[in-house]
Ligand binder design. Structure first.
Ligand code: HSE
Length: 416
């Protein structure tokens, strides 16, 4: 039987991991695939002198596109410009593409899946969410019998590392970010991670799969962790919570709500003890109940593990579309509800210049009926933190606005 030839586009962290893992485990990979495989090309504009894969490098995409031996391509170059164009052209020729590129899947997933289906090939993206954690296949295969009500996840390793350092080592946000950058977790420009955009893309992919319509990143309320201070971390801990950046999509009675933001997670919830660069995703289905997926959400080999898994699946099913995904294109955002119409509890931290704590407490109690005030040692007499009852978020905002004028809302964080 002819060898199935593969190409890898991009030789960065994930690309080099993919090639190295492929050759390291080639024997078991071929056994599981049931056929011989080889990597014929690696596309990258850079030079890699001394690389053991010297004979495979090309700077010309056409070498891959025009080679009829190439049946599967791993797109691990990232971005939306060249990756989008190359992926469309490959799928249109019936060549399967597997990817870790969450930005591209979150933006053009529905369209690329449609092209793959029309050309009897596959567009697979297990590596795009949760690094090495299997989550895409479980959602559309193993859990396909369920109606999903909720997906809640820690979807970004860098921010989880930063928050872990803040919680356990009392590092400030800036100190923890610098540490994450030194260790190579966070980029020099860390905004995609710390402002929540990376987690938003991943949530869109999970939500689109679970609810059947493309959820575009601009539909999702997104705020990151830059404003979290050690004060908030300490108050949260006193009340029995850890602060985590949570991607949450819920199917409520009146529609779907999607948010990525820091949340207080109860210590009784397993997501509260997911630390460092680990990711975890809790999926709730009507038949299965809660199902938790946990593992390394980023990094060279965990991500390569998912990419190579997809390469095997694509090679095994050459010429046959294997993922009849329930993922339609969507126009407009009608099926996504404004996030402030959802019910939630809020942690609020308030300062006042002229009121003492007791009169502030009674003012807040009058506004909400009942709140949990959070004790904290050595706090200023002019500061209070509390947790509101569960109510529609816009209603909570209205009540907070009624606080006397010299009260300043220093922080507002949702609970999970
Ligand atoms: N920057 C991402 C993270 C990489 O920290 O989770 C994996 O998608």
């Amino acid at each position: 039987m002819a060898v199935t030839q593969i190409a890898v586009m991009g030789f960065g962290v994930v690309g080099s991991g993919t090639v190295e893992l492929f050759y390291q485990n080639k024997d078991v990979i071929e056994k599981r695939c049931g056929r011989e495989l080889d990597i014929k090309y690696i596309l990258d504009l850079r030079d890699f002198p001394g690389s053991p894969f010297q004979d495979k490098f090309t700077k010309n995409f056409d070498d891959i596109l025009n080679d009829p031996e190439i049946k599967v391509v791993a797109e691990v170059m990232g971005g939306k410009t060249f990756a989008y164009d190359y992926t469309k052209r490959l799928l249109s020729k019936g060549v399967s593409v597997v990817t870790s590129n969450k930005e591209l899947v979150a933006t053009h997933g529905a369209e690329l899946l449609k092209i793959a289906k029309a050309n009897n090939c596959n567009y697979l993206f297990e590596a795009s969410v949760g690094g090495g954690i299997p989550i895409i296949r479980p959602l559309h295969q193993c859990l396909a019998a369920n109606r999903f009500s909720r997906i809640a996840g820690i979807l970004n390793g860098t921010t989880n590392y930063i928050l872990t350092k803040m919680i356990y080592d009392q590092r400030s946000f800036d100190q923890a970010l610098a540490q994450a950058q030194q260790l190579g977790y966070a980029e020099k420009d860390p905004s995609a991670d710390v402002d929540g955009h990376d987690a938003t893309r991943k949530l869109c992919i999970l939500g689109s799969l679970a609810f059947g319509k493309h959820i575009y990143p601009e539909y999702v309320h997104c705020s990151g962790i830059r404003e979290i201070t050690l004060d908030d971390v300490e108050y949260a801990e006193s009340a029995g919570y850890a602060i985590k950046l949570i991607g949450l999509i819920e199917n409520t009675e009146t529609g779907i709500v999607a948010t990525v933001c820091p949340r207080l997670v109860s210590v009784n919830n397993p997501l509260s003890s997911v630390n460092d660069v680990y990711n975890a995703i809790m999926v709730t289905g009507d038949a299965v109940g809660d199902c938790l997926f946990y593992g390394r959400g980023a990094g060279k080999f965990p991500t390569a593990s998912a990419v190579v898994g997809d390469i095997i699946d694509a090679a095994k099913h050459e010429g046959r579309d294997i993922i009849s995904l329930n993922w339609e294109e969507s126009e407009g955002r009608d099926f996504i509800r404004p996030y402030k119409t959802a019910e939630v509890s809020i942690y609020a931290r308030i300062r006042t210049e002229n009121q003492d704590a007791d009169s502030l407490k009674s003012e807040i109690t009058n506004l909400f009926g009942y709140v949990d005030f959070i004790p904290r040692k050595q706090r200023s007499q002019h500061e209070l933190a509390f947790i509101t009852p569960t109510m529609v978020e816009s209603e909570i905002d209205e009540r907070l606005k009624k606080l006397t004028e010299d009260c300043k809302l220093m922080k507002k964080i949702r609970l999970l």
